[in-house]
Design a protein around this ligand. Sequence first.
Ligand code: PNS
Length: 168
Amino acid sequence: MKQIVAIYPGSFDPVTNGHLDLIQRASKLFDELIVAIARNPEKGSALFDLDERKDMLRAMTADLTNVSVDTFEGLLVNYVVSKNANVVLRGIRAVSDYEFELQMALMNRKLDQRVETIFMLPAEKYSYLSSRIVREIAHLGGPLTGFVPELVEQRLRQKVKSNGEKKQ
Ligand code: PNS
């Protein structure tokens, strides 16, 4: 029987409870799920480097045996093909996500006909959550409980503190 290998690409800077909710749901649907962290030069400087993001994602998905974490550079479709995967998984939180996701999915299909994108919805309690907002709250010293796992909250606090010290 054909194995369905899905790639869940993203910046994950840092991973949030919304991402983890989607990963748990997807791990039940696909034979294998590869969470792929993009080295994305377009996004400017990230808060966490690739290894830090990978480390947090690995820790938070350790109990899911069909989930692995990887990084990639360059075109997503090339990475998907290199992994013999069939599916790109993306989460849609609200209508506002749809336009960008549609553009990306159709462009990826144009770039490589073999790549199908599947959208999934995270739990609605995470529909307002994003890594960008989490980073902003962390910078401003706000509460993060319920938005990210405890480990990620600790790493965020450390990062904000060390960035603050570097600026002094
Ligand atoms: O979590 P994000 O930042 O929304 O993820 C965006 C990501 C990494 C999935 C997207 O930028 C991407 O696929 N980058 C790889 C480069 C690429 O293939 N670009 C063309 C996509 S149409």
